[in-house]
Design a protein around this ligand. Structure first.
Ligand code: NOJ
Length: 724
């Protein structure tokens, strides 16, 4: 990768120990370039060794190309060896043009679209001075209480890996020195999404078998796709925080997976070894992390204050420091920073690319493709010639729909639901009423009567509900994932006043929608759709676009069902009674079903897709052979649409308990009105492998089933045998 012929080893040979250690430190942009005299406030209280400031090798949290250039110029002028900084940032769902949150992107089931979005973000971000993005986040999740589920693709390890790898390839391209691309950093290794009870940063205890089967595949897929960097997670994993977890970072990552890219700690994760109760000594924390293979310390005082001393006293060898520094210098070389420390960034490019028509169009399409039509009794799509339209609810005219990690995106860039409908239907008579407070905790019912009156006078109502942005994302877990505040009550009032009501949701996680589902004629989930959210929602509601997204994380019927996921292992006492009935002495809840309200793979369309057949070209195979599965789907409607054809596998008998279903293939296909699509999948023996009790990755001969449809609604099932 890269065209640079810069001699990093010659540079390393000229560096002092302090200069070398500096390359292994990452500080916030606000700290960089300050003279020692300026060190007051946050920097002083941070407790960082001031003398190390001029040597710092990388930075994060800067704002745009102008600031980037100013910092880079100052730093390079003052640095004895003129080594450029590398600028890193979290571009999670867009740089300035914001596309839907990753959970929504997963729902698109469209890796090509994810690629398009990531390429656009790479171009904008790179023009704005970003050289490394802390993306993709591929933490496997099962518990919607966790706020960071919005950053993931949900509960399927295979889908997670496909989407993660697509992002790596799109951000990095063939050459990260290309100014349209940048380096990617996969995170958070490992199992950060397994936080106990869905509470962010909480402890994670997961068996090695489960880790390997569900949690590891997506990180590995990103490594196989050539990701440049990796970030260990904040959490402790089976008793040891990831940054100090030798089994994780040495045995698995380095030895088994042969990852030799740059490892960067998460924000102050080295400092947090103290709070984890692993060591009270910052120097010892620095030693542990460094010896465990963490190359860069993001925002703790560990490396800056102690690494040089650890070398001088002989605890850490200078050769080891050299190895890590060389990796960082090689990253700078691969990015072409020794030739162009701005990596092609410029004010003109940033201005021309950010929010340009082409990018807005991609963001709109992405928002349309990832929206999920959860329910529809036929009222959607609404007719465009509707005369009186009521837009009710806290999201009726709310531009706060970017979602957490909006990067440089701005609230005022986003089209609200009202703005989107106004753009689409300039002549419609639209009445907007918030219905209840925007600040969902400060409950007030004062607008209910007004909302009901407006609803009753309208021909159609669009009821815009959801969670505020601040309820999901880092540090934002919820113990109760129902609609916040009085929104269920508002929905009851409005729907009672006008049965021609479609609900539109804005949310960063699956919500408990049992009450709403019982009364709402239609529910369209937009997630946090980004800049073009209102336009996309309007086009979907009025039929200019046809919903095609599918749920990738189960929507529970009650928060108490969490963690709930479609691919759960079989139990010895499965429930056989009807869903609404408790079955004693079976794995069953009292007063609540076992199934999700909206399971993985569920999502409606305005088209009517009829699964006609599923055929296997053979019913047995041995290793090295393959089975072709052909599925025929007819669009029995007068509207073209897209369907996600899903293939599931179940290993009926094996030496360890197997999931009741696992997704092993999917294809999103466009099917014209009245047309039939034929989708073919190949099933090979490696797709049937799993981890046995000794953690060997094996397949075992015997009977398997293949099914299509989705999690709780399998339409065709056929069995086949894997022979010895
Ligand atoms: C903490 C988050 O956990 C991580 O995802 C992010 O990349 C860093 N902060 C840097 O912003």
């Amino acid at each position: 990768m890269g065209k640079s012929t810069f001699d990093t080893k010659a540079l390393l040979a000229k560096m002092t120990l302090e200069e070398k250690v500096g390359q292994l430190i990452q500080l916030n942009a606000g700290f960089i370039g300050k003279s020692v005299a300026e060190i007051t406030g946050p920097l002083q209280s941070f407790g960082f060794d001031n003398t190390m400031l001029p040597y710092v090798g990388s930075t994060l949290n800067f704002h745009g190309v102008e600031e980037m250039k100013a910092i880079q110029d100052k730093h390079m002028a003052e640095d004895r060896l003129h080594i450029p900084l590398v600028f890193m940032m979290d571009i999670i769902h867009g740089y300035r043009t914001i596309y839907p949150i990753p959970l929504a992107r997963g729902a698109s089931f469209d890796p090509d679209l994810v690629t398009e979005c990531s390429k656009m973000a790479a171009k904008e971000g790179s023009a704005g001075g970003v050289q490394v993005t802390f993306t993709p986040m591929v933490d496997y999740v099962r518990d919607a209480r966790w706020g960071r589920v919005m950053e993931t693709c949900g509960e399927d390890p295979y889908l997670n890996g496909v989407m993660g790898a697509a992002q790596v390839r799109a951000f990095q391209g063939d050459d990260i020195s290309d100014p349209d691309h940048m380096a990617a950093c996969v995170k958070h290794f490992a199992a950060y999404g397994g936080a106990e009870a869905g509470r962010d940063y909480n402890t994670v205890e997961i068996s090695e078998r489960l880790l390997r089967e569900y949690y590891f595949p997506a990180y590995k897929a990103c490594i196989d796709a050539g990701v440049t960097m990796l970030m260990p997670s904040f959490n402790s994993l089976n008793g040891v925080p990831s940054i100090a977890n030798e089994w994780l970072l040495q045995d698995v990552l380095k030895k088994e997976w042969k990852f030799d890219g740059v490892v960067i700690s998460d924000y102050n994760a080295i400092g947090e070894l103290k709070r984890h109760g692993i060591t009270g000594d910052a120097k010892e924390a620095a030693r542990m992390a460094f010896e465990n293979g963490c190359d860069i310390d993001m925002m703790s005082v560990g490396y800056g204050n102690h690494l040089a001393e650890l070398v001088r006293e002989g605890t850490i060898s200078e050769e080891k420091i050299d190895e890590a520094v060389l990796k960082v210098l090689e990253l700078k070389k691969a990015l072409g920073l020794f030739e162009d420390p701005y990596h092609g960034a410029s004010e003109e490019k940033e201005k021309a690319l950010c929010l340009c028509e082409e990018h807005r169009e991609i963001a709109r399409r992405a928002a349309e493709e990832s929206a999920v039509l959860l329910k529809n009794n036929g009222i959607l799509p609404l007719p465009k010639n509707v005369k009186k339209l009521a837009l009710i609810g806290p999201f009726a005219d709310n531009q706060e729909i970017r979602g957490s990690w909006g990067c440089n995106g701005k609230t005022e860039d986003c089209t609200s639901m009202y703005m989107g409908i106004r753009n689409l239907l300039p002549d419609a008579e639209i009445t907007v009423c918030r219905g209840c407070s925007n600040y969902f905790d400060e409950i007030g019912e004062e607008e209910f009567e007004e909302a009901a009156r407006i609803a009753s006078e309208a021909d159609a109502v669009i009821l815009c509900l959801g969670e505020p942005q601040k309820y999901s994302g880092e540090g934002n877990s919820r113990a109760d994932i129902t609609l916040p505040g009085v929104q269920d009550a508002l929905a009851r009032k409005v729907i009672a006043a006008n049965a021609n009501t479609a609900v539109v949701l804005f949310n960063g996680r699956p919500l408990v929608l049992k009450e709403l589902d019982a009364i709402a004629p239609a529910i369209l989930d937009m997630w946090f759709p980004g800049t073009e959210g209102g336009n996309a929602a309007a086009r979907l509601l009025f039929g200019d676009a046809n919903p095609s997204g599918k749920v990738t994380m189960s929507f529970p019927k009650a928060t108490g069902q969490c963690p709930i996921y479609y691919n759960h292992p079989s139990t010895g006492r499965p429930k056989r009674y009807p869903e609404d009935q408790h079955q004693p002495y079976a794995s069953s809840y009292i007063g609540c079903g076992n199934l999700a309200l909206y399971p993985f793979g569920h999502g409606l369309s305005y088209s009517n897709f009829v699964y006609e057949s599923m055929e296997l070209d053979r019913t047995s195979m041995t290793k090295g052979e393959k089975i072709a599965v052909t599925i025929r789907v007819r669009n029995d409607s007068d509207r073209a649409g897209k369907e996600v054809v899903q293939l599931y596998m179940h290993d009926l008998y094996a030496s360890t308990v197997r999931p009741i279903q696992s997704l092993i293939g999917f294809k999103k296909v466009e099917i014209g009105a009245g047309e039939t699509a034929t989708v073919t999948f190949e099933v090979t023996e490696p797709m049937l492998r799993f981890y046995d009790a000794k953690c060997n990755f094996v397949s075992e001969a015997g009977e398997f089933t293949l099914s299509t449809g989705y999690a709780d609604n399998l339409l065709f099932t056929q069995s086949f045998f894997l022979n010895e």
